[in-house]
Ligand binder design. Structure first.
Ligand code: SF4
Length: 292
């Protein structure tokens, strides 16, 4: 619960505010960029909501904030934010909202599928929040949980216990230690089922992987994201904890695949047609090759 006493001075006066517990995960500024912005080391409100749509978006950011750092001085119906999640992106792919502090506010996603197609799939872990669980239940629960890498696993054990879902993760990110049911090894791509491919992408961590669904949706964890300020796909040099050279190599390998959506854990989502996304990725790889 955000505290009025800790309201950041960077907020404009009015109802919504961010307090000093903000960890600068950028979830709010990505979800409601018309309300929140990153003013440096933290985020704040630069424009108070004026319309019903803006208020709903601000409430979605409030329930998604991993640290409860967003508050209001007026009363609002929390269901404005809660009931918006999981948020449909396209087809049967949703953004979960409700980010977790233990994965630094990383974004997670849900694919809904009938049992005949393997059932629902959760990609990385949202916060284990009862309001979200009810809504995932209503959409059919979770059959499989795909983990991109070790620092975005958050509440994976609780989801496993609640939904009895099989978890998937690479051996080189400590899958055995975490008790993961399906362990991916080596660098070869692996077909999980007719629609889901796991592609090892070492770099951010040694065992980082991305997941490609129907050659359309690429779930990229901390490997690849959109950078709106430069209108380009990018990777994060400062957090290439395992190896930037390996990340550059595994990024170039992604040029062999077709996709329309980049759905990251951190950084912005982007969607365009497959040839344009390929061009963006090629430019990203060229840039990475110039950086040491
Ligand atoms: S979502 Fe919360 S923690 Fe993340 S930047 Fe916004 S206020 Fe800060």
């Amino acid at each position: 619960m955000a505290s009025l006493q800790q309201r950041l001075p960077e907020n404009v006066p009015g109802d919504f505010f961010v307090d000093s517990t903000c960890i600068d995960c950028d979830t709010c500024s990505q979800l409601a960029p018309e309300i929140f912005h990153d003013h440096g080391e933290q985020c704040s409100v630069y424009h108070q909501p004026e319309t019903a749509a803006e208020t709903e978006r601000a409430m979605m950011a409030l329930v998604s904030c991993p640290t409860g750092s967003i508050g209001t001085t007026e009363r609002h119906n929390a269901h404005l934010g809660i009931d918006a999640f999981p948020l449909l992106l396209e087809d049967n792919v949703y953004f979960c909202g409700f980010t977790s502090e233990s994965s630094f506010g990383a974004w997670s996603y849900l694919i809904t599928r009938p049992p005949s197609e393997g059932g629902n799939v959760l990609i990385d872990s949202p916060r284990f929040a009862s309001q979200l669980l009810k809504r995932i239940d209503a959409l059919g629960g979770v059959s499989r949980m795909l983990l991109t890498h070790k620092d975005d696993v958050a509440d994976h054990e609780l989801f496993r216990k609640r939904f009895h879902c099989e978890r998937v993760m690479h051996a080189d990110d400590g899958a055995a230690r975490l008790g993961i049911e399906q362990v991916i090894r080596g660098e070869e791509p692996f077909q999980l089922d007719d629609d889901l491919l796991v592609i090892p992408t070492p770099g951010h961590t040694r065992g980082h992987v991305v997941y490609l669904y129907r050659n359309k949706f690429l779930f990229t964890g901390d490997h690849l994201a959109w950078l709106p300020a430069r209108q380009t796909l990018t990777a994060f040099r400062s957090v290439a904890w395992y190896s930037w050279a390996e990340q550059t190599r595994s990024m170039a390998n992604l040029l062999n695949y077709e996709f329309e959506w980049v759905l990251p854990g951190h950084g912005d989502i982007h969607h365009d047609n497959a040839p344009t996304m390929h061009d963006h990725l090629a430019r990203c790889v060229s840039w990475m090759q110039t950086v040491t």
